[in-house]
Design a binder for this molecule. Structure first.
Ligand code: ARG
Length: 483
């Protein structure tokens, strides 16, 4: 349809090489909405007649009903397919006016932003659901004592709820990031045409408001060329994937026979073709791999854009593919992780046993000595030496004899140290943590309550802005019907 200067049809192989139709099918509904808004604006600006508008709107309506998806494969992209359909249906005199003061460049930028807006809302709601599941699991595990790890070595005593809450906080930041991204995505590029605007008296703010955007991307070069907001969204998704991948890694490790801290539901694991005993955490392993894939997508989109000259280049077409892949993978992964958390069996006894047999209590002992007036650096030395003696014979600190303690700490300190190590336990250890954000059960209760409030606040914001878009589209449909 566009080959006014060019002779003959596009080479078949080139057409299939260039076509973005598979990705574009996800944009069809948005392309129709954008075309409706644009055509209504053209009429209101007295650029097309009412009878012409009516014909265009009718044709767009039947494009929705007719399966344009099947016809679309003959065209380079969905924009060409839709316009060709409208011209055919409404006739050249009316249909041929739909593309007045519009280019595929602002059109595709518009569609991507409209879809991205919905995707951000859907992903955000999924993140919220996952956080709620983490919070619920945390509330059931405030007393699930376990060792915490640094360098994968026992570090301090903690609780499983504290671990889960760390990820609810991380995911809350992912939500915050998506929120910021939404603000930047939610601007209309429509009406900037190919790169330099139009001499026709269009109303960009009108189409922006019909399509529920909070404003316009003003500069016409910026509006048609930039993909920074989309790159930002891909990054936000990759950050979510990185977070999910780290949870996956912990659960893979903790569900091993060596740890046995958690057990995944049977429905979420797979077996071996040959070893009947196998219960493999395959979905979580794939989540790790898919996180790598999404990170790769972020690199791809950044590399696609980094050396483009100003103005639209066809390279930009492939940024859609990257974004849509990243959205699908992240959305699927959030769902799977939700099921994992919901059905996770927590082996409280094994966790506790591991904490009890651990030297992770050492810092608590040292701090108890500090509270009894000792200099911290000295307590570090003494407790470290006690651990060396205990580990040589493979015993717990609480089983050290008076003699062994005296040999390390001297006569004066022995009664105090003996008393501390006899009385201290993992439970006592978490209860004694008073600093803000520690695994103390009271802190856990406070944080769970606070995060619930925060997440509900986000939910309200997202629901409100989704409704705003929804009502605008209902309003647009009413206007379309009125003609
Ligand atoms: N299909 C293209 C895309 O997805 C839009 C077409 C712009 N083409 C052009 N030759 N200016 O980016």
């Amino acid at each position: 349809m566009y080959r006014s200067r060019l002779k003959g049809r596009l080479d078949k192989n080139v057409l299939s090489y260039m076509s973005s139709i598979n990705d574009d099918l996800l944009l069809l509904d948005y392309d129709i909405l954008g075309s409706q808004a644009h055509s209504i604006m053209l009429y209101e600006q007295k650029l097309i007649k009412k009878s012409e508008l009516k014909k265009i709107l009718d044709a767009l309506d039947s494009a929705k009903k007719k399966d344009l998806r099947k016809l679309a494969f003959e065209y380079e992209d969905i924009h060409e397919a839709l316009e060709a359909f409208v011209v055919k249906k409404a006739g050249m005199e009316a249909g041929g006016k739909m593309h007045t003061a519009r280019s595929r460049n602002d059109q595709v930028a518009l569609d991507i932003r409209m879809k991205a807006r919905d995707d951000i809302n859907n992903i955000s709601i999924q993140v919220i659901e996952l956080i709620n599941k983490l919070l619920f699991k945390a509330s059931q595990n405030k007393d699930s004592i376990m060792p915490m790890y640094t360098h994968l070595q026992h570090a301090q005593i903690g609780t499983f709820s504290h671990y889960l809450l760390s990820y609810s906080d991380i995911l809350l930041r992912d939500l915050e990031r998506l929120n910021g991204c939404y603000e930047r995505v939610n601007k209309s590029p429509l009406g900037t045409i190919a790169i330099g605007g139009s001499s026709i008296n269009i109303d960009r703010k009108k189409t922006a408001s019909l399509l529920s955007f909070s404003g316009i991307v003003e500069n016409s070069i910026d509006a048609t060329t930039s993909r920074d907001t989309i790159i930002e969204l891909c990054f936000c998704l990759s950050m979510i994937m990185i977070d999910l991948s780290r949870i996956a890694e912990d659960f893979i490790l903790w569900s091993s026979s060596e740890f046995d801290y958690v057990e995944l539901a049977d429905e979420l694991t797979s077996s071996s073709s040959v070893m009947p005993q196998k219960k493999n955490p395959c979905p979580l392993e794939l989540m790790r791999a898919k996180a790598a894939y999404v990170i790769g997508l972020v690199f791809s989109i950044m590399a696609m854009v980094k050396a483009l000259p100003s103005g639209y280049s066809r390279d930009l077409q492939d940024t859609k593919h990257v974004l849509f892949r990243a959205i699908t993978i992240t959305s699927d992964s959030l769902n799977i992780m939700g099921s994992v958390i919901e059905t996770l069996h927590v082996n409280k006894k094994t966790m506790l046993k591991s904490a009890e047999n651990s030297y992770a209590i050492s810092l608590d002992i040292a701090e108890e000595l500090v509270r009894n007036g000792m200099v911290f650096r000295k307590t570090h030395k003494v407790v470290g030496e006690l651990v060396r003696v205990a580990s040589r014979t493979g015993k717990n600190l609480c089983n050290l004899t008076e003699n062994e303690i005296r040999n390390v700490a001297g006569k004066e300190l022995t009664p105090l140290i003996s008393k501390i190590i006899k009385n201290i336990s993992p439970k006592h250890s978490v209860q004694s943590r008073v600093s803000v954000g520690s695994p103390n059960p009271k802190e856990q209760i406070r944080m769970i309550k606070d995060r619930k409030r925060k997440v509900n606040g986000y939910k309200l914001t997202i629901e409100k802005r989704s409704e705003r878009v929804h009502y605008s589209f209902e309003n647009l449909a009413r206007i379309v019907k009125s003609f």
